[in-house]
Design a protein around this ligand. Sequence first.
Ligand code: S5P
Length: 238
Amino acid sequence: MIEKGTNVALACDETKADVVLDLAEKLGPKICILKLHIDIIEDFTPEFPKQLRMLADKHNFLLFEDRKFADIGNTVQLQYEKGIYHIADWADIVNAHTVPGPGIIQGLKESAEKQSDPRGLILLAQMTPEGTLATGDYTKKSIEMAKQSPAFVNGFIGSSTISELTELRELAGEDFVIYTPGVKLAAGGDDLGQKYSTPQDVVAAGSDVIIVGRGIYQAEDPLVEAEKYREAGWDAIE
Ligand code: S5P
């Protein structure tokens, strides 16, 4: 982040491999992370994550597969390592819900340790949509779980609701990275409960990384828009 002067994670929710690769190549210099949902790619081939990995190394950003694991330890190991996606082979970071308890962290950690490159986990201590159940005691217990595995769990997904995000930062302390989705230059929401705050407001509330999806990739010129978010996010950090 410091080398590139950016705290923007691009939520690249496009469904065609070449569109994702094109955005990764063009926007690579502006972002610290490319977050994707591998299971929405309609023309997936094993070549796709390999090409993405090459672009991540070329432009010095991390790959974050937003898999939101949510099962028992044994099952998440299979989902992380096997199937058609082999996520553990190429994703620097994945995330998990804490609803199953600490076994999910242990399971993913054992799989991660088989890899030669470092792997990290983000816990969904909060979520952005209206009516989420990930609040209060759930958030507190998620943070406690992270503190049991601090070398592997690098941080949390935080809410885009400013009061909640502020509380998350207070509870988490300074040793964890907080990643906040639901970020747009103009606050608001969508028709399905997503809630947006601005880069300035989420960083002021304690967020480190701003996760931006439609605000960038649906813009007329995603490169121009990515630079606006980079500037807003990095000015706020500084
Ligand atoms: O609570 C959450 C957690 C995540 S990871 N709320 C979210 O919106 N996300 C993800 O962030 C979501 O899956 C999507 O990929 C991105 C937000 O996209 P946007 O288009 O609304 O900016």
